[in-house]
Write a protein that binds this ligand. Structure first.
Ligand SMILES: Cc1cc2nc3c(=O)[nH]c(=O)nc-3n(C[C@H](O)[C@H](O)[C@H](O)COP(=O)(O)O)c2cc1C
Length: 216
C-alpha cells in the first residue's frame, strides 16, 4: 500500500501535526509491513504559486495547449500524479485562523485539475478521481472547537477540506482533530494528544483491514 503523506506545519520538531503524522505512520507500518510512504513537505517543497499562465492553461483542453501552457502546468501535473499514484492520503496540518495554512491552500489550487483529478460530464455532473482512496485529514488546533465549546462554530477548516476533496471524488474522508493543543492547561493538551493518538490507532486498524497486512 502506498501512502502519500503531506506535511504543512512550518514548525519542525515542535510541530504537533508532524509528530502525530509520524505516530500514525509508525502504527500503520507495524500493521502493514508492505507500506511505502511518499512524503511531501509543503514547507520545504511548496506547491506552485498561482499565475495568470496557470489559470489560462489549466482550463485549455490538453490537446490545444501551447508549449508555454504545458510549462505552466508542469509542477501541478506532478503533484496530481503523486496524489493519484497513492492508495491512501494523509494530510497533516495546523489550523490557522480558523482555516487551513496557505501552503495547503496552494496545494489544493494545484491539484483540483479539470481532466485529471475531476471531469465535468456532458450532463452537468462532476466526477472525481479520488473515489478509491483512503483519506485522512489530521489537524491540530490550539483552541478547543469541539461541539459544545464556545469556539465550536468557528471551524472553517473542516468544511473547506471536505468541499475540495469531495469535489475530487473523496468518499467518507476521515478527520482527526487534535484540540486543544496550545491554548489550554498542560493536562488538557496531553488529553487532546492522547485522544488523537487513540483515533489514529483506530484508523490504522481500519486501513490495514481494508488493504490487508501482507508483506510485499
Ligand atoms: C498563525 C497561526 C494561526 C493560528 N490560528 C489558530 C486558530 O484559528 N484556531 C486555533 O485553535 N489555533 C490556532 N493556532 C494554533 C495552532 O493551530 C496550534 O498551535 C497547532 O498545534 C499548530 O500545529 P503544529 O504544531 O503542527 O504547527 C494558530 C497558530 C498560528 C501560528
Amino acid at each position: 500500500m502506498k501512502l502519500l503523506h503531506v506535511d504543512t506545519s512550518p514548525k519542525s520538531e515542535r510541530s504537533n501535526s508532524r509528530a502525530l503524522g509520524r505516530y500514525f505512520i509508525e502504527k500503520l507500518a507495524l500493521r502493514m509491513p508492505s507500506l511505502t510512504v511518499d512524503h511531501l513537505d509543503l514547507v520545504t517543497d511548496p506547491a506552485p504559486a498561482m499565475t495568470e499562465a496557470f489559470t489560462i492553461a489549466s482550463y485549455t483542453p490538453a490537446a490545444d495547449r501551447t508549449v508555454e501552457m504545458q510549462h505552466a502546468l508542469v509542477a501541478s501535473d506532478a503533484l496530481c500524479a503523486r496524489m493519484l499514484d497513492a492508495d491512501a492520503l494523509l494530510f497533516a496540518m495546523p489550523m490557522y485562523n480558523w482555516s487551513m495554512p496557505a501552503a495547503f491552500k496552494a496545494f489544493i489550487d494545484a491539484v483540483v485539475r479539470a481532466g485529471i483529478t475531476y471531469v465535468a460530464t456532458a450532463d452537468g455532473r462532476y466526477v472525481g478521481a479520488l473515489g478509491t482512496k483512503k483519506i485522512l485529514f489530521l489537524t491540530t488546533r490550539g483552541g478547543d472547537l469541539r461541539p459544545g465549546s464556545p469556539l465550536a462554530g468557528m471551524d472553517a477548516l473542516t468544511p473547506a477540506l471536505r468541499a475540495a476533496f469531495e469535489f475530487m471524488g473523496a468518499v467518507e474522508p476521515c478527520f482527526i482533530d487534535a484540540q486543544p493543543v496550545q491554548f489550554a492547561q498542560p493536562d488538557d493538551r496531553a488529553a487532546a494528544l492522547g485522544r488523537a493518538r487513540a483515533e489514529l490507532n483506530r484508523v490504522a486498524d481500519a486501513w490495514s483491514g481494508h488493504f490487508g497486512s501482507a508483506t510485499a
